[in-house]
Design a protein. Structure first.
Length: 277
């Protein structure tokens, strides 16, 4: 297969085109909610309410400490329903990303290295912030993902390439349909209050990032339109896939607990990991 041509650079930005602008076809995966996942969530919930034993709490303790819940069975059902609602929200939230991935497959140009590097820098900044918020070092955060540093770097580069391609594909949609965004649309597109949006706009202008910020907003508007017109089919996550996901969740919880413990070896590191099924 011949290499794709370099994109033209016109008026300060790269110009991309797609092989087709027809609606994309996307498959949505519905998570499989296992008893293990419900148990982990139950353990976390009762720990937040002060339970610090590895044994299951009594119905009397549950009724006294968790509002609106009378016993263990009610707690399990409430947690299951909450997780099901979260899963529904998750499926909805994946639409735009999956649509952007499908669009990227239609790109007729290659992605310049500098565009990939910008995406890579953004990813590294995000990982560093997440690690800091979780009380982990970068090394601990990588370990919690079950990766070596080299594997992590390879995975990040691959993801950055994908994200840069998605941005390029959305820019092609913006150009094709002359999508415009003014400052009054920024709050909705970024999901912030008008006051916060105005502050972000002023800060972007001060630091000469306004054009980049508005380009991001145009992409958000473009992908929302693409997702609205897309054709969707559904598939269910298998029990095996769910087990792998839960295993990764456990590893991340263990890494977070290790990070908390390393901060103060003389104090217990939070609540024990309880899995109530």
């Amino acid at each position: 297969m011949p290499n794709k041509p370099e994109p033209l650079f016109v008026n300060g930005h790269y110009v991309y085109t797609l092989s087709s602008y027809d609606p994309v076809e996307v498959t949505l995966t519905i998570p499989h909610l296992s008893d293990d996942e419900v148990g982990i969530a139950m353990g976390s919930l009762i720990a937040q309410h002060g339970w610090n034993s590895a044994d299951a709490p009594s119905d009397a303790w549950i009724a006294e400490n968790i509002t609106g819940i009378s016993n263990f069975d009610e707690l399990r059902q409430a947690v299951r329903e909450e997780l099901e609602a979260i899963n529904d929200q998750y499926v909805e939230s994946t639409k735009t990303g999956l649509c952007a991935e499908k669009l990227a497959e239609r790109l007729e140009q290659s992605i310049p290295a500098e565009a990939v590097q910008r995406s890579l820098d953004t990813l590294y900044q995000g990982i560093a912030m997440q690690a800091h918020d979780a009380g982990l070092s970068p090394e601990q955060a990588i370990a919690s993902m079950g990766m070596t540093p080299d594997e992590f770097e390879h995975a990040m580069t691959h993801e950055a390439e994908g994200l840069a391609a998605q941005d390029a594909a959305l820019d092609a949609i913006v150009d094709e349909y002359a999508i415009f965004v003014d400052e009054t649309e920024v709050p909705e597109l970024l999901g912030v209050s008008p006051k916060d949006a105005q502050s972000m706009i002023e800060d972007a202008k001060e630091h000469h990032d306004f054009d980049e910020m508005m380009a991001f907003c145009r992409r958000r508007k473009a992908v929302a339109a693409v997702a609205r017109d897309a054709k969707y089919t559904m598939e269910h996550e298998t029990a095996e896939q769910a087990a792998q996901r839960v295993a990764q969740m456990r590893a991340q919880l263990d890494a977070m607990a290790a990070g908390e413990k390393s901060e103060d070896d003389d104090q217990a590191s939070g609540h024990p990991h309880l899995e109530l099924v």
